[in-house]
Design a protein around this ligand. Structure first.
Ligand SMILES: *[C@@H]1O[C@H](CO)[C@@H](O)[C@H](O)[C@H]1NC(C)=O
Ligand SMILES: *[C@@H]1O[C@H](CO)[C@@H](O)[C@H](O)[C@H]1NC(C)=O
Ligand SMILES: *[C@@H]1O[C@H](CO)[C@@H](O)[C@H](O)[C@H]1NC(C)=O
Length: 255
């Protein structure tokens, strides 16, 4: 199952043995969909619109997509990439700089407005650069507005832990539908410890509503028997406990 460990140069990453590290119980969180919520997609829109309106991800230089971009960068066969949960678009910009055509979607309107404002500047968000007509658009990972196999790869950084576990099969189905050859994700396995006072107003205990380790996520992807775990890119630790991972998935018939 553990195919390969690639790259060793990033921040918190330590080694493959991290898969043995214990989870810290109070950092684990599997939040139920709040009572009365019938449409989680509109809840995501509402929560993240409110957070962004209050300054969430306001620093346009900060992205955690770098390691996934470094992972995909050298793969010549990956020419087009979609960033799911692209925030202000820095990850998409890094993909452009790595020579890929790239586009992004995000659930929050302010995120997409910022992405357009900050990334589409000088050269514009052209079809040539983005691979699609609309480079940045508001959309949910539960319903990607693209035809099947529209992109060679999808990346998604620090997004899946924000999805209720009930929605995970649907999101995985969408990612593996729209990506042709690879889905690379970076996922936190612990609660969000930054104290976003704002979120108190949002009826969520924590923005990380599903904090599971790689084995659980790998099952979510490989439950679709046409896909397999491709690479374990990194495991992360924090204060001696397991904190998350980066990994990729590919169709079984992919090399
Ligand atoms: C849930 O809300 C989204 C918009 O937030 C909408 O596109 C979708 O159709 C809704 N789903 C259902 C089942 O009503
Ligand atoms: C982002 O980086 C640019 C270039 O290094 C710098 O001029 C700018 O102040 C930075 N912006 C923020 C919000 O840190
Ligand atoms: C995988 O599929 C099984 C059987 O349908 C299901 O019980 C399980 O919850 C799924 N795992 C994940 C992580 O979605």
């Amino acid at each position: 199952m553990w195919v390969s460990i690639v790259g060793v140069s990033w921040g918190l990453m330590v080694s493959s043995s991290l898969e043995e590290l214990p989870a810290k119980e109070e950092w684990m969180n599997n939040e139920a969909v709040p009572e009365g919520v019938t449409n989680t997609t509109s809840l995501y829109h509402s929560v993240y619109d409110q957070l962004y309106a209050r300054g969430y991800h306001r620093n346009k230089n900060i992205t955690h997509a770098k390691e996934l971009v470094e992972y995909l960068g050298p793969m010549a066969w990956i020419e087009s990439v979609l960033d799911v949960g692209c925030s202000h678009g820095k990850g998409v910009q890094l993909l452009w700089e790595a020579g890929k055509r790239a586009a992004g979607i995000d659930i929050a309107q302010v995120a997409i407005a910022n992405a357009r404002k900050w990334r589409c500047g000088d050269d514009g968000c052209t079809r040539e650069r983005c691979g699609v007509d609309v480079c940045f658009q508001v959309a949910s990972a539960t319903a990607l507005p693209f035809a099947s196999k529209s992109f060679d790869a999808i990346i998604s950084t620090d997004v899946l832990e924000h999805i209720f576990s009930d929605d995970v099969p649907e999101v995985v189905r969408e990612l593996t539908r729209v990506a042709r050859r690879l889905v690379a994700v970076k996922v936190a396995s612990i609660i969000e410890r930054k104290n976003y006072a704002q979120k108190q107003a949002l009826h969520l205990e924590n923005l990380h509503v599903t904090t599971q380790r790689l084995d659980w996520w790998a099952e979510a992807f490989t439950n679709n028997s046409a896909w397999k775990l491709q690479d374990v890119i990194a495991h992360y630790e924090s204060k001696g406990f397991y904190a998350g991972f980066a990994a990729s998935f590919a169709p079984r018939d992919e090399k």
